[in-house]
Design a protein around this ligand. Sequence first.
Ligand SMILES: Cc1ncc(COP(=O)(O)O)c(C=O)c1O
Length: 496
Amino acid sequence: MEKDHRRTPFYTKLKEYAESHTIAHDVPGHKLGQIPNELLDYVGPRMFRLDANAPRGLDNLNRPTGVIKEASELMADAFKAERAYFLTGGTTMGILAMIMSVCRAKEKIIMPRNVHKSAINGLILSGAIPVFVKPYIDEELGIANHMEFDEVEEAILENPDAKAVFVINPTYFGVASDLKRIVDLAHAHDMLVLVDEAHGSHLPFSPLLPISSMEAGADMSSCSLHKTVGSLTQSSILITQGPGVDHVRLRSTINMIQSTSPSSLLLSSLDIARKTIYFEGPIMIPKLIDMAKVTRDKINMIQGIKAMDDHYFENNKSFDYDETKILIKVSDLGISGFDVYKELFDEHKIQLELAETHLVLAVLSIGTTQGDLDALVEALQKVSDKYYPMQLPALAHKIKYSYPEAYTRPREAYHAPKKYVPLNQAVDEIAAESVMIYPPGIPIVIPGEIISQEILDDLDFYQRSGSVILSDTEGGYIKIIDKEYWDKWSETYEDE
Ligand SMILES: Cc1ncc(COP(=O)(O)O)c(C=O)c1O
């Protein structure tokens, strides 16, 4: 039977509860807004009335049987999936749940090396062995991007015992791999396909976009509806289809890492975002793509600045490209993406999604207006007017992307005896933590990898460029494996 997507079962019930003025002798302690505070003064009392915990009638996220179940069924239908799980811990949580529910310790999973840190943490928690596929390196833009089919094929053929293939659809920069072909090959080798669709929640809602995970036949995917579809930050979903998914194990993994007090605001925002994108997506996305095209053309008239288009990505071996992202090369001005990112914010009140050495990235959604795009073009013109006449020398440093060699599994490195050394003295040591720049949060080195001089040079460059380096250890130090104790420890360490 066709689903009625005008319905918002969870939100409707929550609103009913908020308006019932039931006396609250449960948590949360703000008693639906009865403790005065500045946030309430700013946003108004309604947000607090909706921030109920788990009153009768609002179902249980751990085992939904009522309005959450109904809302999840509508979500699954909208995303062309069989089942949908609501997540209040972002796609970070979805990725952890996918990897942990599919891989046990020492089982292999094939994935690109430029995965988000949550996938690396999924390896630590599951104990799985990563088989890394080197992503396509775009030399002009200085970024690691999608996976080429041949590389994935080689990894599948060389590792027939792998449990799953993990694919990013699309990458942060909007590029998609040939997902359908990867799925067909992986399934032919009895491997599941898990998809990081953090940046692709809008894909099922327009044929003008790259194919979505479920349409490509993937088994599981996690989508950050908060990133491109309009739900509140941190609200995501995990969607599944097919006989390969063990729902008992998946459910217990999700329940292990999900809060027992999930935010009703986040859940209702998922319910509402699904309704909006279902009806508005097919109408608004084509308009958005047209607006993005016109914006790229305008940017390409500006001296020293270039907006990458589908022809560029076709020439750079990508399978498909999400045109709702605008990737802008700025380094021909002689300044870095980090400089432009900062200048657009400081001088023009424009917040971009991220910067890299050569580029900046704008992420659009159906909430983007023509005025917002015009402001971006205008600001870029001003940046060009300021720097282009100076003809600054080209940026000297070239990111090397020399992916480090693995010495041991991420989980083993995580548990091994450790010590701390200054980052600049860590050459040839084995990392016991991930180090990344944020955004995008893609680790440059992960636990178990050997730290090379190239890696340190890249990190030093990022640091000097003003980007945020994230690791567990602060103050320019890094956690490494203490080799003195390693042999003895690894003899006794058991992990099945
Ligand atoms: C490629 C990729 N995967 C996963 C995530 C995690 O998603 P979330 O922020 O919803 O936890 C991000 C976040 O930026 C990401 O860029």
